[in-house]
Write a protein that binds this ligand. Structure first.
Ligand code: GDP
Ligand code: MN
Length: 380
């Protein structure tokens, strides 16, 4: 789950990262009154879930409250990479000498929380990673002791912060960022830019936080920050129904119980020349309601030309799934060909329930995939 910049900023501040003050506005007048309370220059920033807002015109400086109001009226309602700006952060404007990059990510390859820093922060960090990878320093945090002070200082020195006081402040910020990462079960915490102000002190001007969905149940206060405004409808419905759903570009809808089986199903579909339209795991013990919701989600995708059910009844009962399919088809009738391979617990009863329906039966995974691929090709 992504946090907005203002939410990420508040989270980092809680752990001791120096951030800029200010507030969130949904109207130009509100932006003006926040600017008045800050006094002095402000920066007005679009709050949307995409990077590169600066380049797209979503980050603007304003010298006076009246200018803040005017700039906010330009940014609010603007489209950035297909997303409409509904909120802006109005923060104190900072003058600075230099932009630094600092982040923590979960690095699967090394199985460590990796601290990443660069002296070349700012809006071009992806470019730096491509053209000048040596300018990006990585230090893995100790797996049990966490980020050690000497590691944080090493990170500071390696990006050229040799002044003792500055290196110390950088190390404190790196430690605070690391603590934010671990305590929130994040998969990314990033500050870009972290700036060196004219007086030599450091301050975070922009931050980004991604949280691990699977650990959100441990953080109700973070889960409450979710903004579903630009989450695709299908993904929201799936999440609320506790289904694991990922939309893909193909035309064969797949409904499967179990993540491993879903992967195998997609592989076999591809083996026979088809392209899956989605990954969908209805989970173990899926009941009628879940099957119904899953089928609705799949059929709502206009690309879907055939649907393939691959259900292995262990805890999940085949007859229950069959009833779910029939119930769903009563509510969401469709002409899309449906191929079913259902096997396992209560198989005979399940197949009896489906025998009268429009479903095309298959007994093996290979047969089901071949039939689904053929049906998708035959559907206009
Ligand atoms: P992003 O483009 O979505 O990453 O948005 P950022 O918040 O990082 O802003 C982009 C750029 O705007 C930064 O790299 C800075 O150059 C500039 N910027 C942001 N906040 C301030 C500020 O308070 N003062 C000044 N002078 N520039 C800022
Ligand atoms: Mn940025």
């Amino acid at each position: 789950m992504k946090l907005h910049e203002y939410q990420a900023r508040d989270l980092l501040a809680k752990y001791g990262v120096p951030v800029t003050g200010g507030g969130v506005a949904t109207t130009p007048a509100e932006a003006r009154s926040i600017a008045e309370s800050i006094g002095g220059g402000v920066v007005v920033k679009a709050q949307v879930f995409v990077g590169g807002r600066g380049k797209a015109g979503g980050v603007k400086l304003a010298a006076t409250p009246a200018e803040a109001e005017q700039v906010a009226s330009q940014i609010l309602g603007m489209q950035i990479k297909g997303l409409t700006v509904e909120k802006v952060l109005v923060a104190e404007a900072i003058t600075y000498q230099k932009e630094i990059y600092l982040s923590a990510i979960l690095d699967r390859a090394t199985k460590h929380v990796m601290m990443i820093a660069s002296a070349e922060g700012g809006v071009e960090i992806e470019e730096v990673a491509k053209t000048n990878p040596e300018a990006i320093i990585k230090i893995p945090a100790h797996p049990t002791l966490g980020l050690q002070d000497y590691q944080a200082r090493e990170l500071a020195f390696s990006i050229g912060l040799t002044d003792g006081k500055q290196a110390r402040q950088f190390a404190q910020i790196a430690s605070a960022l690391y603590r934010t990462f671990v305590a929130s079960d994040a998969s990314l915490v990033e500050i870009n830019p972290l700036v060196i102000r004219d007086d030599g002190s450091l301050q975070a001007l922009d931050s980004k936080v991604l949280l691990d969905e699977s650990a959100l149940f441990r953080h109700p206060e973070l889960a409450a920050l979710r903004d579903s405004s630009d989450e695709p409808e299908a993904e929201r419905v799936a999440r609320e129904a506790d289904l694991t759903f990922i939309k893909l570009d193909g035309n064969i809808g797949c409904m499967v119980n179990g993540a491993g089986l879903a992967m195998a199903t997609m592989d076999v579909v591809k083996l026979y020349g088809g392209e899956p339209a989605n990954f969908l795991d209805i989970g173990g013990g899926a009941n009628k309601e879940k099957v119904k919701t899953a089928l609705r989600i799949i059929l709502a995708d206009p690309n879907v030309k055939a649907v393939m059910f691959n259900i292995f009844g262990g805890i999940t009962r085949v007859d229950e799934v069959a009833r779910g399919i029939i119930a769903a088809l009563e509510e969401v009738p469709t002409n899309v060909p449906l191929v079913a391979r259902l096997t396992g617990t209560n198989e005979a009863e399940g197949l009896k329930i489906l025998a009268e329906s429009q479903l095309i039966p298959a007994t093996s995974l290979a047969e089901a995939a071949q039939k689904a691929v053929a049906a998708a090709q035959a559907t206009p």
